[in-house]
Every structure is written in C-alpha cells, then in structure tokens.
Ligand binder design. Sequence first.
Ligand code: HEM
Length: 455
Amino acid sequence: MAAPTETLDDTQASPSDASTNATEALEASANGNTVTGQGGYGHNHSATREPVSDWISDFDHIDPHYAAHAPEIWDQLRQECPVAYSNRYGGTWLPVRHAEVCAIAKDTDTFSSQGVVVNDGRPEIPAPVGFAPPITSDPPFHRIAREFLLPAFAPKPIEAKRESTRQTCRELLDELLVDVEAGRSNIVDAALGYTQHIPVRVIADMLGVPRSDGEQFRVFIHQIMEDPATGIEVDYEDSIDHYLDKLIEQRAQEPRNDLISHMTQATIDGQPLEHEHVQGTCALLIIAGVDTTWSSIGASLWHMAQHPEHRQRWISDPEVRPFAVEEFLRFYAPVTMARLVAKDSEFAGQSMQANDWVLLPFPAANRDPEAFEDAGEFIIDRRRNRHVAFGLGIHRCLGSNLARLELTVALEEWMARVPDFELADPDSVTWSTGQIRGPRKLPLRIVGPLADSRV
Ligand code: HEM
C-alpha cells in the first residue's frame, strides 16, 4: 500500500529549534573553540546567519527552510548539480545522490571523520583518534576504538534488553495517560512525555548508572542544545564532563558489570585506555544513542498521527511491522553526518580542498529514485529496502540493533495502548534541525478510546 509523498511545510518546522543539536555541540567542543563553562561543550554557530540566496551555491543545512523542505531541495539538486557547494562554514559540499553519499562514506583516505558535525571551526584533536572515538576516529585507530565496544551491541545482548525496554515504555505510557484515563484531557505531548525518555533510560542501564541519572542526561543534552545566542554558562560541577569524570573514577576503582567498567578495564597494546578516550566514548554513547532514537520514534508517531490507514495496518497485521520499521527508518532517517576533506581531491567532477566540510545526508540517499523505487512515497510494506539510515562502511551505526529494538517496542506499546490519535495542532509541532532531525514537541489528540490490550 502506498501513501502520498510526505513533505513538511513551514508551519511544522520551528525556527526556534532551528539552530542546534547535541551532536553539533559535541563536535564544536572537539574544535576547541567553545564555551568551556559548559564543561567543554557548546558550539560556535553565529546566532544569526544570512538567509540562503540559492540552494546550489549557498546552501545552509541549519536554515529553517532546509528543515521544512529538504526532500524538495534534494530533488532539485539531484537534477541540477549532484554535489552542491557553499562558502559557509569555511567551505561545505553537499552530495545528494545515493552513489556519492555511499562513495564518500567508504573512502576514509580522502574523507576524514576527524570532524563529523559542520561548524565554523576545525578540530584540534587530530585524526586518527579524534574527540569522541570511534565516531571521530580514522583508520587504523578506528578499528581499535570500535572493536572493544562491539560485544555490548551485538544482537544477543541487545535482544536481552527487549523486556526491560517494553517495561520502560509501559511505565511511561501509564504516567503519560493519567489525565486521559481520568477524563481530564485528551491531549498529550508524545515527544516530551514518551519518545525522549525511552533512549535515555535504556542507555542509563547500559552504562550502569541509576535510571534516575538518566534524567540528568537530558539536562546535559539540553545544556548542549541551548540556543547559542543566549548560551548558558554551566559550572564544571554541573557539566557532563564532571559527571563522567566522577563515574569513570568510581568504576575504575570498583568495577561492575557495565559498559563504563568494561572501558576502564580495556587495554590497547597492553596499556589502559586514556581517560579522554573513555570520557569521549561515554559522551558519544549518551548523545549518539539519545537524540537519534528519540527523533526516529517521534517522526514515526508524527506519521502515524496523520495516517489512519497505516495505524490500522500496524494493528491488524503484525507481520507488516518489521517492514514498517525499516520504512520509517528510510523515510524519516534522522542523521546527517559530515567529513573533512583530508587532502585536495577531485570528486564527482568537483575540486575539493583539504579541510572543506562534506555533509553526508543519509536521508537524501534514502530518497534517491536511482536507488529506490517510488523513493518519495512511504510504502508501509516495502520489501526491498536497503536504506542507509545507519550509514555504511566502517562507521556504520554501532547501535543499530538497539535502535531497531527501541523503535519497534516503542511503537508496539504505543499502538497497543493508543490506537487512534491525530496531531492536536500541526502548528505546535516543533522539529530540531541541523544534522539530527526529529520532533521535539509533538502534541497529539487521542481520538478513540484507549485500548487495554498489550502486545
Ligand atoms: C534511529 C537511531 C539511530 C540512527 C538513525 C543512527 C545513525 C547513525 C549513523 C548514520 C552513523 C554513522 C556515522 C558516520 O558515518 O559518521 C552512526 C554511528 C554510530 N552510532 Fe548510531 N544511530 C542511531 C542510534 C544509535 C544508538 C541507540 C547508539 C548507541 C547507544 C548509537 C551509537 C552509534 C555509534 C557509537 C556510532 C559510531 C560508530 C563508528 O564510528 O564506528 N547509535 N549512527
């Protein structure tokens, strides 16, 4: 079954959410030109940027218009110039076809991961290690930084988290629906009350910290995401750096069965990992695992709110659910990463200079008609769906098993309890923009009765 093409209109993207996201800040921190009062996090985007004059020669991925109309902009660029260039951020390229996005992701000699989020600066912590291993690491160090994390994210240990994740979703729904069940209201905010909490609690369990600390992660992410124009000052005592410093020291002295203890015990060539390495990887897991999954669950519920036929299909046909999850990932892929050009190069007929940025819009690759039949349509039971929402090549998402599990369980539990809902007011939905994109406020009106049934 095919649904009409989805695009966002301007009213659904909030300019107030347009300038920041956590990963931007993570990267800017790596660039060393940030507000150290924020525990080393923060970023250096100018508060205001000139509006885009032309998407081929002057694009800006943090422009609110890009958030609202990205699929149309990609379509235009695919026709007119498959790799666009802008002078912004000291020189930035934007490939939009599946072929170029994939070629860049695979060519780690020419395109370095030393910088993965575009901003005005350039990283001070050089490749191959980078600020947040393994995502900011190049070969050969990348393999070392990734390998010792792999066992924790393999299918079997992740599958073991299914029931606790389900329990988390049920508890959140119980809290969220109190007023609805009491007949006091039929409107809930799914982003604030549901989607944002799920990955935070899951990653707290993995890192081996109390779930109540998980709430603190959201404060850190909020600090990181604060509008640069009003940039909040955060004392070291209140920062993520301080939080992680304390925790790493505790686990180094009294190891437990958790990921942080595992990292404090790991060795490279017989040497323990540098403190900065452990800290950077922990911060990466908190940020890479939270904003992304939160975005993905939220975008899926946003879609369901507007498509009763897809809600019906999900409920009546359990076999369609794995296909629907993949189509949500393809169609609403939340993550665009970046690379830095490592050396002057010719690519796709363009002359790229060392230290230029290259955006890697995996969401654009997922909408390329050369790679997908009816690429602009959401097809809930799409069979052939080799999307690149999780990237590809050596940096392919380490958390993809976990992300799929969280997205599936979050949707299963929501749909089992709240089968009928719609957008309460499309104008009050806000979306983050920049390199990780998803709904940050999602008021939904519950239309029909709540269901007692659980999956
Ligand atoms: C829907 C949710 C998610 C999406 C769409 C997503 C997407 C991605 C993408 C596109 C990359 C490749 C980055 C690059 O090429 O530079 C990546 C890398 C990564 N992701 Fe995810 N991610 C998600 C959830 C998670 C979760 C839940 C975790 C862990 C808790 C996680 C941990 C990582 C890590 C550690 C890397 C770096 C891997 C490396 O550099 O070798 N992600 N992710």
